[in-house]
Every structure is written in C-alpha cells, then in structure tokens.
Design a protein. Structure first.
Length: 579
C-alpha cells in the first residue's frame, strides 16, 4: 500500500470531521475536546488537534490519527479502516479493490443486489407487510432495517441476480444459493424461499448475511433460517443491530441483549436503541468482547420461560468472567420483548428499570424462598458464590461478599472460606474462556500510570511558567503521601525524557481550566483509589497464601486489612459524591 492513498485520505478528511461523527466535540482554543469514546468518564478528557491531525485522551491514554480511531471504534483492522475512510473521502484504493468474479461482481455487490430484490418483493407482498405491522413494526422501521421477502420459488432470486451479471460463484460464496444433489436445471437452488428476510449488517452498515423467518406454508421447514458463515459473515462475532446501536451503547453506557430479530426491532422502535441480538447462535466471547469495547455494562433481557432463563444465565456467567458488569431483566412468563412492547410498553419499561445485578437477582430469589438458615447457606454456596467467583475484580468480590453477609446473616469469613474453594481469577484462569484476572489488574495499573503522567505533566508545565497557577511544592508533597520519595524521583527522571510532550498535553488540557486546584484534587483522588486497589489485590494474594499454609492468625490479620482498604475506598467514593 503506497503512502499516497493514506495522505490523500487525510487531505480530504479533517480529523475533527471524522471523530466528530462519533463524539460530540467542543472548541477548546486551537483544539477540540469531548468525552472519550474509549472509556467512561464524566468530564471531557479527550482532545483532538486539527493541526497535528491526531487525538489524545488524558484519561486512558488513547491516541492516534483517523485510521487508529476508526480501527478502535469500529473494531476493524487497518485495511478495514482504510477502506471505510477511503469511501468517505472519495479515494479509490486500487491495491485493495476486491477481486472480481468472471461476471465482475463482488460479494458485497451480490448481497446489496439481493437486499434490493427482497425489499422490492416485500412491497409487492401485502400479506407479509400486514403481518409485520400486526407484530408492531411501522413503515419507518421496515424501511430503516431494509426488511424484505423471498418468493416461494426455487430459482427466482438466482435468476434475477444472474440477469444482472452476478455469477453463481458470488451467489454461492454469499450463501444465497446451494448446489442441488439432484440434476435439476443448472444444479443450484435459492436458499431463502417463502420467507420474510432480515438483512444482517456489519458495524459500518453493509449487508453481510440474511436471516429468514418462514411465512408461506412449509411444514417441514425450520421457523428461522440464517445464512451460513462466509468470508464476510462470522456468527460468533456478528451482532444484529450493532450498526445502529453502537452510538447509543456508548451514550447510555450499557448494552441490552435480546434474542431475536423481532425483539431487536421492537426495542429500537420503542426507543431502546442500545439493544443488539445474536445472529443465529448463543452469545459468545467474541460478541461480548465487541460490546465491552463500547461499554463495560451489559443487560440480558430473557423470555419468561425456563429455556430463556437458562440461556441468559449461561451468557451472564461468560460475561462476568470477561470483567463485564452484568444485570438481568426477567419478563413475565410466556412473554418476549417484542410481544410485551406491543402489548404494554409501560410494563416493558418498568421491567427494564427493575433489572438487577445477576448476584442480587439470585439473592432476592433465594431470600424470597423462605429457606431456614442451614438451607439458605447451602443455596448461597451453590447458586450465588459461583457467580461471585467469576468476578474478575477482587474489589467487586469484596463488595458482594459484604452484601451477602449483611442480607443473609452468614459471617463474611465463612463466605470467603467457601468462595476460595471455587476456581476463580486469583488462581489464574477465570473460566474456560482463558481470560485472566491479571488482564484487569494490568488495566488498573495502566490507568494509574496515565494519572501519574498527567500529574507530572502539570508539575513540568507549572515549573516552566513565570507566574504559576498552583503551588508546585505542595503538589509534590501530596504525591509523596502516596509514593516513596525514591519512587517519585525515579518517575520524574523517566518522564523528563518526554517533558516537552507532557508540557504540551498539560497546557492543552488544563490551560483554560478555571479551578486547577480542584482538577488536581480529583486526579489525586483517582490516584489514591488505584493505589488502594493494588494494595487490596496484594492483600488478597497474601490471604490465599495464608490459607494454603493454614495460618489462621495471618488470615484474620489480612481479612482486617482487606476490610480497612474496602472502607477507605468507600470513603473516597462518598467524598466524590459530596463534591
């Protein structure tokens, strides 16, 4: 790939134009600022520099140009981001032009042509439109999601598309036709026949597959039929509706997972536009990791039946093992989201508002059962602690252990003893997914390092000014309350190498701040919180070691340490709320 294409794209697209399509930006001197799309924050710490054509987040350290931004936000590789931006910029990429079949059509072209074909069929099929409207969909939703209809004929789609110059190779590669076992005509037949068709899109809005619901009489046919996996469509990674939901997920800071296409469409139509659905498979690690890039919080909405409940719990367990905050919302028995929204939107909204953390959900169920003390303890061990064990964060585990103890009357020490017998993050792999607790701990350390960077940047910046805005000596003393003197000196020595960049960053971020002291106070509070979290993790590791050595005195001592750190973290949180 020559650099000329990249430069042409950058010439045609301003960095603030590209990023401004995803993030609300405000002018800040010669730069723009907004809330970072790569981590959750209340105050803007994300800066875009038109002069440099780059962005930088002072909160999480995300940085780069328009290509890295699109890669991170859309979950694409460089080539994917290149193609997407080239299209926006009107730049032709000859090197990455898709290989054409003998008839000159790409896979995307074939899928787009099929989508238009299905859309036109639906307009002519009044019964299918009547059915969709009976289910609650309006004209706007039908058009927005490009719903269609497949005629109940064996070769009508393939004949129509081949008349447009699309080859059998393209149709086979996209899963639109299959080879027949019999020697009928040319030996191929249409996959989707007599069905209402739901196009499945990638994150940029291009059609990559289809899902068809049976409409015409076909006793032996499955109710739903999905495209097979292709070069464009991977069921374990594709989420139906993500192209329309991703901005809302970031804005609302949680994603809502439902099961079917009708559930998804009715959710979006009712204003719950952060909903996504899987594409013909259970929610996988790939699905959940894609959602985690947008928000760390996730809500599973499951049908009010045992199968829906079991599926939600399985997915919730996997999500928790990946470090996601998981909530559940149970619908009335026999109801699914689409039907409930149509029947009673207020009940639906209330059910969503009443969603609970998966552990609270189970705890409420157990306490409502009226079990005696012994049975209660057994149920907590069997039904709740396995979920607590899946939580990657030791801090979160400590919170729920305390909560369970308060609500059940079971001693915290007894709960911890039972919990340690369950395989969990502190012992390496959290679950069969292979996600380790160390990953989350590394994220905490990463945030702490960036906060340090900001604090040292302020020190360097202020020291370079003739008239200082703050007492730099006072800031150094505050840092020493958290760090050893030799550590502070070593860090200053390391950051000296990046002094010029740090001064620029500090000036860009804090130059127009009215109350710099308050900003520093917030930074120091975050810094202290991260240090306490590291200390908690170390104490938990020592506690595990003491248990292995059967050292009860040391166990009691370390439990007290953990409780003390937990209290200090709680106090910090309260101070933030008061401020």
């Amino acid at each position: 790939m020559s650099s000329s294409s990249v430069e042409k794209i950058k010439e045609n697209l301003d960095v603030e134009q590209v990023i401004g399509a995803y993030v609300k930006l405000e002018k800040a001197g010669g730069n723009y600022k907004g809330r970072c799309p790569f981590h959750n924050e209340k105050s803007p710490s994300f800066f875009v520099s038109p002069g440099r054509g780059t962005y930088y987040c002072f909160g999480c350290g995300a940085k780069g140009d328009i290509f890295t931004f699109v890669q991170e936000f859309e979950g694409l590789d460089f080539v994917g981001a290149l193609k997407m931006l080239a299209e926006k910029a009107g730049v032709t990429l000859e090197e990455y032009a898709p290989k054409k079949s003998a008839t000159g059509e790409s896979l995307h072209d074939a899928l787009e042509s099929a989508t238009k074909y299905f859309e036109q069929n639906l307009k002519d099929k009044k019964e299918a439109i009547a059915y969709l409207k009976k289910r609650g969909l309006n004209d706007e939703t039908i058009a927005k999601w490009r719903l269609g209809y497949a005629l109940p004929q064996w070769r009508h789609l393939s004949s129509s598309l081949k008349a447009q110059g699309i080859s059998n190779d393209s149709l086979l590669a996209t899963g639109l036709i299959k080879k027949s076992d019999t020697a009928r005509e040319d030996g191929f037949y249409d996959v989707f026949r007599g069905r209402i068709v739901f196009p499945i899109f990638d994150s940029s809005g291009k059609v990559i597959a289809f899902s068809g619901r049976i409409f015409d009489d076909a006793p032996d046919a499955p109710k739903y039929l999905n495209s097979p996996e292709t070069a464009l469509f991977f069921k374990s990674e594709t989420l139906y509706g993500l192209n329309h939901a991703k901005m809302s997920i970031r804005k609302k800071d949680f994603s809502m997972l439902v099961e079917g296409q009708m559930d998804l469409l009715m959710c979006h139509q009712a204003g719950f536009d952060n909903a996504v659905a899987s594409s013909g498979t259970a929610f996988t690690e790939g699905h959940l990791l894609r959602l985690k890039r947008l928000s760390n919080r996730i809500l599973f909405v499951f049908d009010g039946d045992s199968a829906g409940f079991a599926a939600a719990l399985k997915s919730a367990t996997l999500a928790m093992s990946l470090g996601l905050e998981v909530k559940l919302s149970a619908l009335p028995e026999g109801e699914d989201p689409a039907d409930l929204i149509l029947k009673d939107p207020e009940v639906w909204s209330e059910k969503i508002k009443q969603s609970k953390h998966v552990i609270d959900f189970h705890l409420d169920q157990i306490l409502a059962g009226g079990a005696d003390t012994r049975q209660l303890a057994k149920q907590v061990e069997q039904k709740i602690l396995p979920y607590v064990a899946q939580i990657v964060s030791s801090i979160e585990q400590s919170h729920f252990v305390s909560q369970i103890a308060k609500r059940t009357g079971i001693r915290e020490e007894a709960i911890w003893n039972d919990l340690r017998r369950i395989p969990r993050g502190t012992q390496g792999v959290v679950s069969e997914t292979g996600v380790k607790k160390e990953i989350v701990e590394a994220e905490v350390k990463k945030r702490k390092n960036y906060i340090e960077r900001r604090l040292y940047g302020i020190i360097f910046w202020q020291e370079s000014l003739a008239e200082k805005m703050i007492d730099v000596t006072k800031l150094r003393v505050k840092l020493l309350t958290f760090l050893k003197d030799e550590y502070l000196v070593e860090k200053l020595r390391l950051f000296e190498k990046e002094k010029e960049e740090l001064v620029f960053e500090a000036e860009a971020y804090f130059g127009d701040v009215i109350n710099l002291e308050k900003e520093i106070e917030e930074l120091l509070a975050n810094f202290e919180e991260d240090i306490l979290k590291e200390q908690f993790t170390e104490a938990m590791m020592s506690l595990n070691k003491a248990e292995s050595n059967l050292d009860e005195a040391r166990q009691k001592e370390l439990l007290t340490v953990c409780q003390d750190i937990g209290k200090r973290l709680s106090d910090l949180s309260k101070k933030r709320i008061e401020r």
